[in-house]
Design a protein around this ligand. Structure first.
Ligand code: IPE
Ligand code: IPE
Ligand code: MG
Length: 266
C-alpha cells in the first residue's frame, strides 16, 4: 500500500485547526475501574466497549475525521491466559455486533497490527468488516490490535527492503511512512491516554512525532463526550510550532508551511 500522499510532520507542516483531524487513544484503566467496584478485571473491558461507542459518536459529531484506538498491544499477550482469551472473544463479538452499524453510519473500519497471531475466524471477521466498509468516507475508525510501534517500523522497513533489493537501504522518510500500517491516515494531532499513566507503551511511535499528548486520570470506562470535550479544548489552546518560533507561527500562511530544504525527493 505504498500509494498514499499524507505529508510527514517532520517534512512539511500540516494544516492546523482547533479541532484535531486525527485523535489516537490509549484506552487504559479498565482493570482498575472494575477492581474499584469489586468486580473481575474483565467487567472493566466489557464496560470499556460502551466508552468506545460513545467516543466514536462524539468524535464524529465534533468533526474529527480519524479515530484510532489501542485495543491490544503486542505486549498484552503477557497477561494471564484467561484475560487474553476474554479480550479476544470480546473483540470478535464486538466486531460482529457493531460492523453493520458502523457501515450504516458511513464509517470505514481498519484494523492495524500483526494479525498473524490471531485465530483464523477472527482474521476472517476482520477482513470481512474492512471489505464491507472500505468505500465509506465519512469517518475512519482504526483499531490497533496486536499492535506495537516497533513492530510497525520494522515491518515497514522489511517490506521496503524486500521490494527494492537493489536500493541497499537508502530509503527516504516518505518511503518508510508509506509502508507503515497507518499510511492511509494523516498523523495523529491529538493523543489521549486515560488511566493516569504518562507513557506511550509502544503505541504509534513514528506517527506521534508531533502529536499533542494529553493524559487524564479518568479511567477508560468513565471516558465520555464531556471528557473528550476537555481534551479537545486543551488541544485547541496548544500552539503547534513544528520546530518554528511563536512569531513564525503567528505570521505563517499555508504557503510558507513547507520546511525549506526538506522537500520530499523523488
Ligand atoms: C486497558 O485497560 C485495556 C487493555 C490493555 C486491553 P487495562 O486492562 O490495562 O486496565 P488497568 O491499567 O489494569 O487498570
Ligand atoms: C496499553 O495499555 C495498551 C492498550 C491500551 C491496549 P497497558 O495497560 O497494557 O499499558 P502498560 O503495560 O501499563 O504500559
Ligand atoms: Mg493498563
Amino acid at each position: 500500500m505504498a500509494d498514499i500522499g499524507f505529508t510527514s510532520s517532520t517534512r512539511a507542516i500540516p494544516e492546523v485547526s482547533t479541532v484535531p483531524r486525527h485523535v489516537a487513544i490509549i484506552m487504559d484503566g479498565n482493570g482498575r475501574w472494575a477492581r474499584k467496584r469489586f468486580m473481575p478485571r474483565i467487567a472493566g473491558h466489557t464496560r470499556g466497549v460502551e466508552s468506545v461507542r460513545t467516543t466514536i459518536r462524539a468524535c464524529m459529531d465534533r468533526g474529527v475525521e480519524y479515530l484510532t484506538l489501542f485495543a491490544f498491544s503486542s505486549e498484552n499477550w503477557r497477561r494471564p491466559a484467561d484475560e487474553v482469551s476474554f479480550l479476544m472473544q470480546l473483540f470478535i463479538k464486538s466486531l460482529k455486533k457493531e460492523v453493520g452499524r458502523l457501515h450504516q453510519n458511513g464509517i470505514r473500519l481498519r484494523i492495524v497490527g500483526d494479525l498473524e497471531r490471531f485465530d483464523a475466524p477472527l482474521i476472517a471477521a476482520i477482513r470481512e468488516a474492512e471489505a464491507l466498509t472500505a468505500a465509506n468516507d465519512r469517518f475512519t475508525l482504526t483499531i490497533a490490535a496486536n499492535y506495537g510501534g516497533r513492530w510497525d517500523i520494522l515491518n515497514a522497513l522489511n517490506r521496503l527492503v524486500a521490494r527494492h533489493p537493489e536500493r541497499q537501504g537508502a530509503f527516504s522518510e516518505e518511503e518508510l511512512a508509506s509502508e507503515l500500517s497507518m499510511s492511509f491516515a494523516p498523523e495523529p494531532d491529538l493523543f489521549i491516554r486515560t488511566g493516569g499513566e504518562q507513557r506511550i507503551s509502544n503505541f504509534l511511535l513514528w506517527q506521534l512525532a508531533y502529536a499533542e499528548l494529553y493524559f487524564t486520570d479518568t479511567l477508560w470506562p468513565d471516558f465520555d463526550a464531556a471528557e473528550l470535550d476537555k481534551a479537545i479544548a486543551w488541544y485547541g489552546a496548544r500552539e503547534r510550532r513544528f520546530g518554528r518560533t511563536s512569531e513564525q507561527v503567528a505570521g505563517a500562511s499555508p504557503a510558507q508551511a513547507t520546511v525549506a530544504g526538506t522537500e520530499p525527493h523523488a
